[in-house]
Write a protein that binds this ligand. Structure first.
Ligand code: MN3
Length: 201
């Protein structure tokens, strides 16, 4: 079965002014759509019913086009789902406790995550993951790689991902990636991240 582009779970202007409508439209309707189309093309005749998560976990069995476009599909699907309008702030409950336990405080987590995104050279992603021991970790990956792929980074289940490709921010923020990263924190849907955390533990 072919993979499909998921609809944005909110309007394309819902993240204004932090992420502008035009960037969201191009990012979702063009970039993510292209990853899905190219993933389906790369898998044509070789579909085995694997989920996109299972493809990422076994990525070494696939050609590089599946790595790039399958990673792109997984990463962007997660990305849309962990943002939202009326979001931002700080997490609560078990996720907040786990962040404090792993990083010392929310502010220290924010610094580590922001730094992972800011220092990723070229294109890639910053991640918050639940590692094999059930602990939270921050890492970053190049291109469309992600922590589900063996040997990439945290080696765990990603529960928050931030796209730091220029296409994610250049129209509004140009070369100022740190400004985009600061704005990203205003649109994190911590309830969605907490659900992923509960499922990953
Ligand atoms: Mn992107």
């Amino acid at each position: 079965m072919a993979f499909e582009l998921p609809a944005l779970p909110y309007a394309s202007d819902a993240l204004e002014p932090n992420i502008d409508k035009t960037t969201m439209e191009i990012h979702h309707d063009k970039h993510h759509a292209a990853y899905v189309a190219n993933l389906n093309k790369a898998l044509e005749g070789k579909e085995d019913g694997s989920s996109i998560e299972d493809i990422c976990k076994n990525i070494d069995k696939y050609p590089v086009a599946v790595r790039n476009n399958g990673g792109g599909h997984f990463n962007h699907s997660l990305f849309w789902s962990v943002m939202g309008p009326n979001a931002g702030g700080t997490p609560t409950g078990e996720l907040a406790s786990a962040i404090d336990a792993a990083f010392g405080s929310f502010d220290e987590f924010k610094t580590a995550f922001s730094q992972a995104g800011a220092t990723r050279f070229g294109s890639g992603w910053a991640w918050l993951c639940v590692n094999k021991d059930g602990k939270l970790e921050v890492c970053s990956s190049a291109n469309q790689d992600n922590p589900l792929m063996p040997g990439v980074g945290c080696g765990g289940a990603p529960i928050l991902g931030m796209d730091v490709w220029e296409h994610a921010y250049y129209l509004k923020y140009q070369n100022k990636r740190p400004d985009y990263i600061a704005a990203f924190f205003n649109v994190i849907n911590w309830d969605a991240v907490a659900k992923r955390f509960a499922a990953a533990k």
